[in-house]
Ligand binder design. Sequence first.
Ligand code: PLP
Length: 398
Amino acid sequence: MNPQDYIAEHIKNLPRSGIRDFFAIVSEMPQAISLGIGEPDFITPWKIREASIFALEKGKTSYTDNRGLLSLRKEISSYVSSFFGPEYDPQSEILVTVGVSEAIDIALRAILNPGDKVLYHEPCYVSYAPSVSLAFGEAIPVGTIPEQSFSLDPEAFEKAWEPGCKILLLNFPTNPTGGTADKQKLERLAKFAVAKDLIVISDEIYAELTYDGEHCSIVNLPGMKERTILLHGFSKGFAMTGFRVGFACGPDWLIEAMMKIHQYCMMCAPILSQEAAIEALRHGTEDVMRMREQYQKRRNFIVRRFNQMGLSCHLPRGSFYAFPNVLSLGMNEVDFCHRLLREQEVAVVPGTSFGPHGQGHVRASFSTSYDKLVEAADRMERFVESIHAETDNVSAVV
Ligand code: PLP
């Protein structure tokens, strides 16, 4: 029996996540400081955890409505209208999912026919290209660049468009670059989406973690609500990764199509997590602001240190990732990460894990305590100095 004969072809061709392999190594190194993980270092605020415990005590251990608890959908509706702008009907235009991860998957599967194309900006979240190919679509990545702080470039999308494009997939603020999108650029992109009749999937999971200026969502622009699926969740802003809960808001016909998949593959998000999410939306905003303030301090610190050590780094306007360029050290991003881990026990992620446009960069997450971040910066500085010393020795010999 050859096991490979039993695995579907499109799964065989799916690459393993580079991040996973790298962190298998990190987990064996007790002294390592990891700036690699894309999750908050904060424990979920107590009142949110307590809501989940209380629900368990009351015996809430059942399935829920496939769409999610109506009480949660009502909270989502009012939170979304106050934070993002548009109003959604809790009965027909909101679906509670198992994280934004599930929402991305079922949105793509609900819309794409084999060969349909998806435009998205890159470097991007590791799951976008695999999710497109699992839905039998074709990925069309469009580069964002450091000279523009990896922000939205609508012209690049216009140039990359080709017949067969059906979806525009956006993520601002962006994982891994912290790039954001300003209103003017979004307006131009919205006109492009209408002109090319595209469905927009807007993953706004880092929306609350916007540091400079207000977060602006494409869904709030004219003509967009009727063609946009807004994805959001609790993992990042509310520090609730382990609860596995997110949601999609969109036109009823798109939500209904996603529901068809969700009801068979997932049934519903866990009820205890949904109860926690209700508390998060009702009373969690102050905690989110408190965590955001900490991230902002850490961001300012780590970006300054990267630039001081000669690794040019733009100021990320959102998310909790810095994305410095390491090419000045005369090595590529993968070698940088491996040597840094081996020699100074600091883990950062090669930019190419987020697509080829991440070349020359590494992702360093600042969702790590300030003290650890200081220690990591000192270690990285020692590493950079040692590389310069090596280079000086070589040139002296030559
Ligand atoms: N979207 C982006 C851009 C992310 O960075 C992540 C997680 O890192 C997700 C979605 C997945 O989020 P969730 O935990 O809600 O599934």
